[in-house]
Design a protein around this ligand. Structure first.
Ligand SMILES: [Zn+2]
Length: 167
């Protein structure tokens, strides 16, 4: 349980990410808080409004934000971010209903899953899906570059010389 989970999200946004809601670290913090800050994994939702103020809430998986009109937010909403703690990043039927409702006043929506994300961007006809996978551990089999460079230089290599400097 993490008492200051909301502050950690705000700090990641304003300090580390410098107000960039597409920042990887900021999104990682939201995801981590969603999994670890509560008695059980809970859906975390962050709304970035037109003045870059954050409205943060948490609920049960499937919890519906935007059921009531958000109070105190400056329109248009820059981005609506929420997590799917079960891991799959896609827009559910409920999510699409929210997006359709708020489309006139919302520029972007992002759903975060386990090493995956889906973006909806206003005006585009397709969503964007990202999945992150680890790079395999290659340390043991990697050719060391300094070994390789021993076979260089070229036999007939001529250094570049600026023609203007020729005598
Ligand atoms: Zn959702």
């Amino acid at each position: 349980m993490i008492a200051d989970w909301e502050k950690q999200i705000r700090d990641a946004f304003y300090i580390t990410a410098n107000g960039d809601f597409e920042d990887n670290h900021f999104q990682d913090v939201i995801w981590e808080m969603s999994l670890t800050a509560f008695d059980k994994p809970r859906e975390v939702q962050v709304v970035v409004d037109g003045k870059m103020n954050l409205s943060i809430s948490a609920g049960d998986p499937g919890f519906v934000w935007f059921k009531d009109e958000p109070v105190g937010l400056t329109m248009p909403i820059e981005c609506w971010i929420h997590t799917h703690p079960f891991g799959k990043a896609y827009f559910s039927g409920t999510d699409w209903k929210t997006i359709r409702t708020w489309e006139p006043l919302m520029k972007m929506a992002i759903v975060l899953g386990d090493n995956q994300q889906m973006y909806w961007i206003k005006g585009q006809t397709q969503t964007i899906y990202y999945q992150y996978t680890d790079i395999p551990d290659w340390i043991d089999n990697q050719t060391i570059l300094s070994d390789f460079t021993k076979t260089v230089p070229y036999p007939h290599y001529t250094p570049f010389r600026d023609v203007l400097e020729e005598e």
